[in-house]
Structures are given as structure tokens and as C-alpha cells.
Design a protein around this ligand. Structure first.
Ligand code: UD1
Length: 361
């Protein structure tokens, strides 16, 4: 069997880490196409090295641009690659512009398409990720869903026959990395000056267009983080750094300590050492849950609704509109006492993906 994986952004590289490991030694041919959507080495090359992913077989070098220009450039560059490879499966991941470009190139060449992380929905049609995931699901021949909730969404859209629940490959990588980090005992993340790993601190990330692109919205969120009573370690995504500069906003204010984007292992170590997480990232909400740290999500909705059970994750779209004491106590709350459920699988999803691709070819 020949499978071509199409990736381009940091969260896709984490998922690819699990899939590439599952393919290694199977005798199947697994080719990797990197669209180049993320080109900063801290968002891309570092993850290949760290997660032991073979170098991409094709690098399209597309880079940034408006949604249309970026997606169109990827589509044009993907066509000849897929035409030459003619794999048994084209595998696309998640919900980015690289995902929809890969999906369109595959279906238009009548190549079987599988979508990993199918069936997630935020029901927020203003999010580019929502358009990408809905359209990709409806293009794909095989829908590899992480959760029961995702399976229900697919069934409601008439896609049940093409859907298989495999579990979540991010759980595979998260548990593997957690075990490596804790192997020597306590997690010891590299922390910025002034942040003591033995005292409470929070880890925050912000990168979604809906939070970064409007200056007033971004200023309100940074103000809310700055006002917290414990240090807030903020690994700044390039989009956040670029938008803050464009809007004339300083990120390192009050409680906020800015660091560059972290390698995956350091992020996991930081979350394990922290009191909790503040984020608008889907992946990090789930990682906080898997690592048993409370998460406060700076959005009005989440695709990972299972994390909301028992208050492991709480949605706070407008911290600036909240009573100050309530915001501070929500963000610094301790982990719930209840045992966490296991909706995201057992850490063996990637092997199931390979088996399901074999069975359905
Ligand atoms: C993309 C995905 C988002 C995912 C995120 C993870 C889409 C629509 N969005 O968002 O779902 O959660 O990746 O990180 O596909 N930039 C750099 N260097 C890079 C990449 C980006 O400086 O390597 C800056 C540029 O200013 C660029 C901006 O970030 O214009 C946005 O990058 P883009 O790839 O369009 O989307 P992300 O915000 O990274």
C-alpha cells in the first residue's frame, strides 16, 4: 500500500509524528508532502527532528498569504505531485488550509482520500478551520474520527457509512512524550527568568485569527492575562507576535512572560509543571486535559466538548467582561477532584489508522 500524507502546520506535524511511527517497519510506502504553510523552523523543522519524522519527500514552499492565495498555491503545487505518485490513499490531517488543498487535489484526480481527525465541529462559520473541516469531510472517502461526538456529527451530515472511529493520534504523541518527560522524575521545563517551576504559574497561547486580528480584542485578552496573580508563560506564535506589533501592542506586560514557540517536549513539560493552561488552541485544550491540568479556553465554543466535563476546561470568551476576582480565580483554579474520563482513546490510534487504511483500500 502506498500512502501520501499532506501536512503543513505545526499541529499536523504532531499528528504526523504518530502516523510516521506507525508506518515505520510495516512494508508500506509512506510519502510525506510538506506544503510549507508553516516555514519558521520553530514551527516546522524542529518538530521533524524532535518527533523522529523522516524528512518530507516533497516540500512545496508555499508560505503565507491570504486564504485564497495560500490555498490556491498549494493546490497548484500538489496536483503534479499526486499525479506522479498515484497513491492508494491520500491522507490529510485536521482543518487547515493545507488540509483542504490536499483534499481538493486528491478528489479532482480521483484518488482515494482519507481525513484524519474527521467530524470535529465548532458550528462557528466565521472560523476558517470550520470551512476547511466541513468541506474536507464531505470530499473524503474515509473519515477517521477521534471521538464518539465526532462520529455523531458525521452521522447527522449523512456521512456515517464512510466514518470509522480510530481514536485520537494526538493522544499517542502526548502520552509518549509525557512518559519521556517524567522518566527522570519531575518535569523540568526551561522557564523564563522570574518564573519559578516550584511556584504556581500558568501556560498561555493565543493565535487564532478571531483573537489576534482585531486590535481591541487582542488588547483586551493581553490585558486580562497581564492582570493574573501568578506568572503567565506565553510562547508566542508568529501570528501573535506579528499582529501585536502591527497593532502597536506589547505582549510582555504585567504577569505575562513571553517566550518563543516551544518544542513539543518542552511544551508538555511546561504544562505538567504548571497550575493550568489558558489558550485558544484546540490541541492545547486537549493536551491540558490529557495531562490533567485545568484549562481556560479563550473562545466561545470548543470542538473538544469532552474536555468540558467536570470543569476540566471552561470557556471564557470575554475575560475582560468578567468580574476581576472571578476571572482570577477561574484562571488559577485547581484541577477538579473527579477522575478524568478517557474520550480520546488509549494512545494507540495511529496503528488503528494504518489497519483501517489497509482494510478499506
Ligand atoms: C494555522 C491554521 C490553524 C492552526 C495553526 C497552528 C489555517 C487557516 N489555520 O494558523 O488552524 O491552528 O496553523 O499553528 O490553516 N507565520 C510566520 N511563520 C510561519 C507561519 C506563519 O511568521 O511559519 C505568520 C505569518 O505572519 C502569517 C501568519 O503567521 O501570515 C498566519 O499563518 P497561517 O499559516 O496563515 O495561519 P496560522 O495562524 O499559523
Amino acid at each position: 500500500m502506498k500512502v501520501v500524507s499532506i501536512v503543513g502546520t505545526r499541529p499536523q506535524l504532531v499528528k504526523l509524528g504518530a502516523i510516521a511511527r506507525a508506518f515505520a517497519g510495516t512494508g508500506h510506502t509512506h510519502r510525506i508532502v510538506h506544503t510549507g504553510q508553516h516555514y519558521d523552523s520553530r514551527l516546522s523543522d524542529a518538530f521533524f527532528a524532535e518527533l523522529g519524522i523522516p524528512a518530507p519527500d516533497f516540500h512545496l514552499g508555499v508560505g503565507s498569504g491570504s486564504h485564497g492565495a495560500q490555498t490556491g498555491a498549494m493546490l497548484a503545487a500538489l496536483d503534479p505531485v499526486l499525479e506522479a505518485e498515484r497513491p492508494d490513499w491520500v491522507l490529510v490531517y485536521g482543518d487547515t488550509n493545507s488540509t483542504i488543498a490536499g483534499a481538493l487535489s486528491a478528489v479532482k484526480q480521483h484518488l482515494p482520500l482519507a481525513h484524519l481527525e474527521a467530524g470535529l465541529r465548532s458550528f462557528n462559520r466565521r472560523m476558517p478551520e470550520e470551512h476547511n473541516r466541513v468541506m474536507t469531510d464531505h470530499c473524503a472517502d474515509l473519515l477517521l474520527a477521534p471521538t464518539e461526538e465526532a462520529m455523531r456529527h458525521l452521522a447527522r451530515e449523512g456521512l456515517a457509512e464512510r466514518a470509522v472511529r480510530v481514536g485520537d493520534v494526538m493522544t499517542d504523541v502526548c502520552f509518549h512524550t509525557r512518559d519521556a518527560v517524567l522518566d527522570g522524575g519531575r518535569a523540568r521545563p526551561p522557564l523564563p527568568d522570574g518564573v519559578d517551576a516550584a511556584a504556581p504559574f500558568l501556560v498561555a497561547t493565543l493565535h487564532r485569527a478571531e483573537n489576534t486580528d482585531d486590535p481591541d480584542r487582542l488588547a483586551a485578552l493581553i490585558g486580562a492575562l497581564a492582570d493574573l496573580p501568578v506568572p503567565v508563560v506565553l510562547p508566542a506564535h508568529p501570528r501573535l507576535a506579528a499582529k501585536a506589533e502591527e497593532h502597536g501592542l506589547k505582549l510582555a506586560v504585567g504577569a505575562v512572560a513571553v517566550v518563543p514557540p516551544l518544542p513539543y517536549r518542552d511544551l508538555v513539560a511546561a504544562v505538567l509543571a504548571s497550575r493550568g493552561v489558558l489558550t485558544d488552541s484546540g490541541g492545547l485544550q486537549k493536551e491540558a486535559f490529557l495531562l490533567e491540568r485545568p484549562c481556560t479556553t479563550l473562545r466561545a465554543e470548543t470542538e473538544w466538548v469532552e474536555t468540558l466535563d467536570d470543569g476540566w476546561n471552561v470557556l471564557v470568551p470575554h475575560p475582560e467582561g468578567m468580574d476581576r476576582a472571578q476571572w482570577r480565580s477561574t484562571a488559577t483554579r485547581p484541577a477538579p477532584r473527579s477522575a478524568r474520563t478517557e474520550p480520546y482513546g488509549d494512545g494507540r490510534a495511529a496503528r488503528r489508522v494504518v489497519s483501517v487504511l489497509e482494510e478499506h483500500r
